[in-house]
Design a protein around this ligand. Structure first.
Ligand code: PMP
Length: 310
């Protein structure tokens, strides 16, 4: 039987005991930052592979800096705790680990200063997010991506996901799988929880960090795999909405979405409306890598076995 635990208030406790009070600052004002780390379950060797865990914690540290949150634990300690929560979870399926650093003081008053911070890490089973085989049908959202001058998307702030949720729900209620948000300049920014790439003339093109995106770890993985394994270069530059319509291929990347082909944008098929050849090659490489099957990239994977075999 799975026994999910959380790291909460300095201790590993059963998940159901990790509870915060209603006056907690972060609950009222969205003053928290978080990460999502995938533990990909490889049934063949009965092992989880935690993907690029350290990089996620390093980004968490940067998010904390932006939101003036104090992180009391070191990255090494957080990695050890994440391994422990996975080992004792009892799950034998893909999991998702959610570290969240939050303004923990139970006090009203909008600000970032003079507040205590705490961290919680919890684990949950987490299967596919979008259809990675068939691909996603997307639309351009009527919601613009928040700007660095408003709430900085470079930091993975909980409150920012109101922007993502508005876009995702609009997309789903309109019959699409995912939203593509433009920034305030009108250039393509990102999905509600994914970075976006287009392929034109055998080159990957993706918005730059200044286009109000989260600097994605999956995106940097794909850029490296494309360059090293397929000799395909990536250019970071502004992307117009209509480039999505004329691109040879489009795909999205994210810890939840993995590498998801985009097969339709605003009711126009991308290419012939099925996942394109470069996207398929990259996907094949990517899924081997995240399951610890590619020796060359095993340094990105932390293997974890269940402490008590089920
Ligand atoms: N953009 C947003 C808004 C996201 O929420 C995510 C998911 N964390 C990403 C991009 C992709 O980032 P990563 O590949 O590091 O998960």
């Amino acid at each position: 039987m799975p026994q999910p635990h959380a790291y909460f208030q300095g201790q590993v406790v059963p998940l159901e005991d990790a509870k915060i009070g209603v006056m907690t600052h972060a609950f009222n004002y969205g003053t928290a930052v978080f990460e999502g780390i995938r533990g990909n379950w490889n049934a063949d060797d009965q092992t989880f592979y935690l993907f690029r865990m350290r990089e996620h914690y390093e980004r968490l540290v940067r998010s904390c800096k932006i939101l003036q949150l104090d992180l009391h634990e070191t990255v090494d300690r957080l990695c050890d705790l994440t391994v422990e929560l996975t080992e004792i979870s009892g799950y034998e399926e893909d999991v998702y680990l959610r570290p969240l650093v939050y303004k923990s003081t139970e006090q009203l008053g909008v600000r970032l200063h003079n507040l205590e911070s705490d961290i919680v890490i919890f684990i949950a089973p987490f299967g596919p997010y979008l259809d990675i085989e068939k691909g996603a049908r997307c639309h351009t959202s009527s919601w613009r991506r928040v700007d660095d001058t408003g709430i900085p998307p470079r930091a993975k702030v909980t409150g920012i996901y109101v922007n993502s949720a508005l876009a995702k729900t609009e997309a789903n209620l309109n019959g699409f799988d995912e939203a593509i948000m433009l920034n305030n300049d009108g250039h393509v920014s990102e999905g509600s929880g994914e970075n976006i790439f287009i392929i034109r003339d055998n080159t990957l093109i993706t918005p730059s960090p200044a286009d109000n995106i989260l600097e994605g770890i999956t995106a940097s993985t794909v850029v490296e795999l494309a360059r090293r394994e397929l000799d395909i270069q990536t250019v970071e530059r502004p992307i117009d909405r209509t480039e999505l319509f004329v691109a040879d291929e489009v795909f999205m990347t994210g810890t939840a979405a993995h590498l998801t082909p985009v097969v339709e944008v605003d009711r126009r098929p991308v290419g012939d409306g099925t996942p394109g050849p470069v996207t398929q090659q990259l996907s094949k490489l990517f899924y081997d890598v995240i399951l610890g099957k590619n020796e060359r990239y095993k340094h990105w994977c932390t293997p974890v076995r269940l402490r008590v075999p089920q």
